[in-house]
Ligand binder design. Sequence first.
Ligand code: GLN
Length: 487
Amino acid sequence: MLELLKKSAVEQHTAIKNKEISAVELTKASLERIKTVDEKLGAFNSLTEETALETAKKVDEKIAKGEELPILAGVPLALKDNMNLVGSKTTASSKILENFVSPYNATATQKLLDNLIPIVGKANLDEFAMGSSNENSAFKKVHNPWNLNKVPGGSSGGSAASVASCEAALALGSDTGGSIRLPASFCGIVGMKPTYGKVSRYGLIAFASSLDQIGPFARTVEDAAALLEVISGYDKHDSTSLKLPVENYTSSLSYDIKGKKIGVVKELMVEGLAPDVQKAMQSAIDTYKSLGAEVVEISLPNIKHSIGIYYILATAECSSNLARFDGVRYGHRTADASNLMELYCKSRAEGFGPEVKRRIMLGTYALSSGYYDAYYKKAQQMRRVVTDDFLKAFSSVDVLIAPTCPNTAFDLGSKTEDPLAMYLTDIATIGANLAGIPAISVPAGFDSDGMPIGLQIMSPQLTEAKLFNFAYKFEQEHDYYKQLANL
Ligand code: GLN
């Protein structure tokens, strides 16, 4: 059965369709795998066995009746625990939401259910998706399946680890500054952030609303493309959702890229790049050249400011978004308050962890009167400048490439005392969030310790089909994606 769990989502779906296995059997196998390995990994906050089996049963009933199946029907999926699924606990890995049970489905979740994708559990994350290592979860750490002493990356560390360890073939994550791509690169799988507005954010617990975007994790590019087809589309519940038809990404994966132009981001290829990552990037460039693409160097002169911009804007937005957790409407309420102000203060002090508090304070400061112009307004202006850098770059190349992260997965505990060092992990990923463009991380080799390296590809807004095409062509030239963590 493990052999089947190791296969791609499309292959698993085909096995169900061909009646080699029933959807219920496959879902049970996934749940069994989780029960065997997750004690070591910590990828799941909770399992949603009943919902998963109910969905799987529907798939088998359809097969029995000879009915058509949606593209990924029957394939087990892990849902990041900041997305609502009716009846499940949606905790955002925070004590403040420890006992919060979803009263409604997120739009992305609803689409999974409509497409008969069994959701096996809620995946661990950094508290409120704030972090790069998953060590900010209030409940437990996630361990990297390739080396249990290393971090899986964050904030969607549980989603990435579950797919890399074959607990599930698919997962959803959210990406505000790199939270899908970074853990995908650390865990040796594919992770993709769509154009801002492609996937509805309704029912996703908001972190920084102008940057947040839900996206797919998978072990192959084809699987990720298929999953994005399932979850994307206009939604009237999200005012930033784009009114555009759902596209078919899987049909254009193998288009020829001969003569296409690729820009290597100059600023992301030098400073602080680990030698093994540098080598992998050179080899990626060679791969693209051998496919007939032209590779040139491109400058994004202001990308160096992206972390500074992000930590003003993201914290400002989160300080406002998280104001709703007041101990009154939902979530943790202090047992001991003698007036309303005390109720607010103590509930929040008891419920939020240290990183979340740090961000709320930073954001509140940046928005406070007298500082707004100096920080928030300036950061908004600089966001535009960075976006313009991307627009200019895309006027001369089809896609941009860079490492997903300057280094591979680091040791658990090695950066927890130094928030700045942790923030710097996202130097290569934040730009795509600021510019609202799609970006993907694909496996691009291993370092000398056997830890995975990720290649990041970025393309202009709403060119997901092109992005998947470039990612697929690269993937098919290597067997990195076939190598799995030994667990
Ligand atoms: N690591 C970044 C942060 O801590 C990005 C997180 C994310 O994308 N959700 O904010």
